[in-house]
Design a protein around this ligand. Structure first.
Ligand SMILES: NC(=O)c1ccc[n+]([C@@H]2O[C@H](COP(=O)([O-])OP(=O)(O)OC[C@H]3O[C@@H](n4cnc5c(N)ncnc54)[C@H](O)[C@@H]3O)[C@@H](O)[C@H]2O)c1
Length: 357
């Protein structure tokens, strides 16, 4: 028996990983306690996805409604599967800046403490298993905002010829900048994942994601950029824009492309690897640009409300470079760009996200 253990298995990246690794013939053990509902309310619950995974995958998926902060319950699961665990994919997290400020203890306990709990269990029970960690570009804090940017008609853009023109690389410093409470808890996890790679010679990777997206996102105002834009367009909700004239730029990568990268690492793991992983130059958008796209796809006029103040520490321009990952894993190819992603989010949710009467 070969087991893929996935935390946050009902979430966007977790559920895509569950399906993908099951399709490779592994038994998948998922851990998710629907904490997303506690963070963001009922509309963000991921319980629906557990029902789908269980009915679609049958015996190849086993779900555990367990909190990653619960060390005893986690240890039970790791003891049960032991060395059969062939890979651990850690996606469970408190993922929002704004929420973290409301409850820093819970944010840190889930993001930093939960990650440490998993690393230590891998060390004790299945040390050969690659540990794939979903980190974030927020580990760079607000440092990207010090890059020289130009204002174009629909977006901010980095000055031509800048070393990061094709995307921000992993050599950007994470020191001496504002991270937000969320960014700090993710830095702690990221550094600990690297440390278990170096100190204990485990096969660990931090994937510092840009905007991760896809139709399985339980999109809500505080988390899930493209999903929430599409939800607003479809349900005729008002989308609140915070600062930067709506021209801030995000790169966006589909969960399929993310999980394909995880598979590449699983097949040829390294120790203490760190990769930026995002849409890059291939797949990025500003708010204004994606609003126009959402209008074309849905046929609905976008309702927006502009707030002058930007969110503290929010990136004005983020396009990450996938170059380091592509050098290490040249067979990995990105499939999706922003129009494909938005179209797919629309089609997958057209029966679910219905305008209020
Ligand atoms: N979505 C993005 O734009 C983005 C960008 C960069 C990094 N990331 C990171 O990628 C990872 C996955 O993000 P996502 O968008 O799939 O998030 P998600 O919220 O869709 O999925 C996370 C899942 O983890 C579960 N969970 C949360 N706390 C838990 C706990 N204590 N115990 C057990 N389960 C718990 C939630 O219920 C949810 O189903 C996170 O680490 C996030 O910080 C996401």
């Amino acid at each position: 028996m070969s087991v893929a253990l996935v935390t946050g298995s009902a979430g966007l990246i977790g559920s895509e990983a569950v399906r993908h690794f099951a399709s490779l013939g592994l038994d998948v053990v998922g851990i998710d306690n629907d904490m997303r509902k506690r963070f963001f309310g009922a509309e963000a619950s991921t319980a629906w996805n557990v029902v789908r995974l269980t009915s679609d995958l049958g015996e190849s998926y086993t779900h555990h409604d367990v909190d990653i902060r619960d060390r005893d319950a986690l240890a039970e699961i790791f003891k049960r599967y032991g060395k059969d665990i062939a890979v651990v994919i850690h996606t469970a997290a408190q993922p929002s800046h704004d929420w973290a400020v409301r409850d820093p203890f819970t944010d840190f306990d889930v993001n930093a403490g939960g990650t440490l709990n998993l690393l230590q269990n891998v060390r004790e029970h299945c040390i050969e298993a690659p540990f794939i960690h979903c980190s974030t570009n927020k580990v760079y804090g607000d440092r990207p905002n010090s890059l020289p940017l130009q204002e174009l008609e629909t977006r901010w853009e980095i000055e031509p010829g800048h070393p990061y023109e094709n995307g921000i690389k992993e050599d950007m410093s994470i020191d001496a900048c504002l991270h937000s409470v969320f960014g700090a808890s993710k830095v702690a996890a990221d550094v600990m994942v690297q440390e278990y790679g170096r100190y204990f010679d485990m096969k660990t990777a931090c994937f510092r994601g840009g905007t991760l997206t896809g139709p399985a996102h339980s999109a809500t105002e505080l988390h899930g950029f493209l999903g929430y834009v599409m939800r607003c367009a479809m349900e005729r909700r008002t989308y609140k824009i915070f600062g930067y004239k709506g021209k801030m730029v995000r790169d966006a990568i589909h969960s399929h492309d993310v999980v394909a990268a995880f598979e590449a690492f699983f097949r040829m793991p390294r120790s203490a690897a760190v990769y930026n992983l995002g849409g890059g130059r291939h797949s990025n958008t500003s708010h204004l640009e994606v609003f126009a796209l959402a209008e074309r796809i849905t046929g609905n006029e976008m309702r927006t409300e502009y707030h002058e103040a930007n969110r503290i520490g929010d990136h004005q321009w983020w396009i990450g470079s996938n170059e380091r990952f592509q050098q290490d894993y040249p067979d990995w190819k990105q499939v999706y760009d922003v129009p494909m992603i938005c179209q797919e989010i629309y089609e997958a949710n057209v029966d679910k996200w219905i305008p209020e009467a």
